[in-house]
Write a protein that binds this ligand. Sequence first.
Ligand code: ATP
Ligand code: MG
Length: 356
Amino acid sequence: PAERKAVYKIAQIGGDGIGPEVINAGVRVVNAAAKKLGTFKVDFNELDWSSDRYKKTGKYLPEDYIEVLKQHDAIFFGAVGAPDVPDHISLWGLRLAICQPHMYANVRRTRILPGTQSPLRDCAAGDLDWCIIRENSEGEYAGHGGRSHRGMPYEVGTEVTMFTRVGIERIARFAFQIARSRPRKLLTYVTKSNAMRNGMVLWDEAVENVAHEFPDVKMDHMLVDAMTVRMTLNPKSLDTILATNLHADILSDLAAALAGSIGIAPTANIDPDRVMPSMFEPIHGSAFDITGMGLANPVGTFWSACEMLEWLGETEAAEMIMKATEKACVDGIKTRDLGGSATTEEVADAVIARLQ
Ligand code: ATP
Ligand code: MG
């Protein structure tokens, strides 16, 4: 558990596109909640780590970025990705460089918020309430592979998926603990061990092995393709979901869309050992199509701020912000993606006005 402090130092990395817009709104809301409670303060340290910095200096990050980040209690992150930088350069240059060494657990909660509409017929708030646990350090995004015979018709590219028993067991234990902490105590783990007969079978074996330590948690297994169908047709049957880096990445976008919008979903990149500060960010990307227009939904960022406050031990503040966000939705103060007409800043104002 976190040690509570009078002042938290947070690394603020808005990044690219709508990232700074939603993060600025999030900073306003967090500061307002801290002021309202009066029990702690938050000192946001703004860092210019972004694609603009890369285009100017050739680097996303300074050499000593790990040391810089370690001086903070958490990282509040927007998005990375620019139209004129290849996505694999920007993603690896910033987000994965920060997360991969220590933050092996990626937590993505999804539920239908009151006052919002799921695209699923007959599905209302309460019918879809999931917590997806994504393995965040290895698997399909391990970065192993190679290219040969460049430009030739017989060019080869390999992307080597790397799983380790240690890596699977530690994320499985983390997922079982989350499942245990939720009322339904239900964990569904997802693989593709019918077609992929090495690493995916290791996943099945390692997860089943860890399951013995959690006899109070009900567990079942799905193949990832069938899982998309179950999520869409029987959302009530799911609670906590464990999957690999790639599978959970895809399933969590689906989850956010089924809950109403990619703009509402939060992400927590957790280092359970607290060697590094953990990183909190909305699930969505830089979305240059709506940048600078006030259309960015800040709800995913507010929810991410709640996850951050919760991780820091400030549960009261987290609940205060979440309740105010839900009230603003119920009162119809929503951005266009949720069927409303409010701007990013208007949603932030509405949430601040509802803090209590
Ligand atoms: P990335 O490549 O980093 O995933 P992206 O530019 O592809 O980023 P996403 O964030 O993945 O964009 O989202 C896809 C689309 O969903 C965006 O182009 C945008 O129209 C919409 N969208 C994403 N985030 C939001 C948001 N917070 N509010 C409103 N609409 C959003
Ligand atoms: Mg995208």
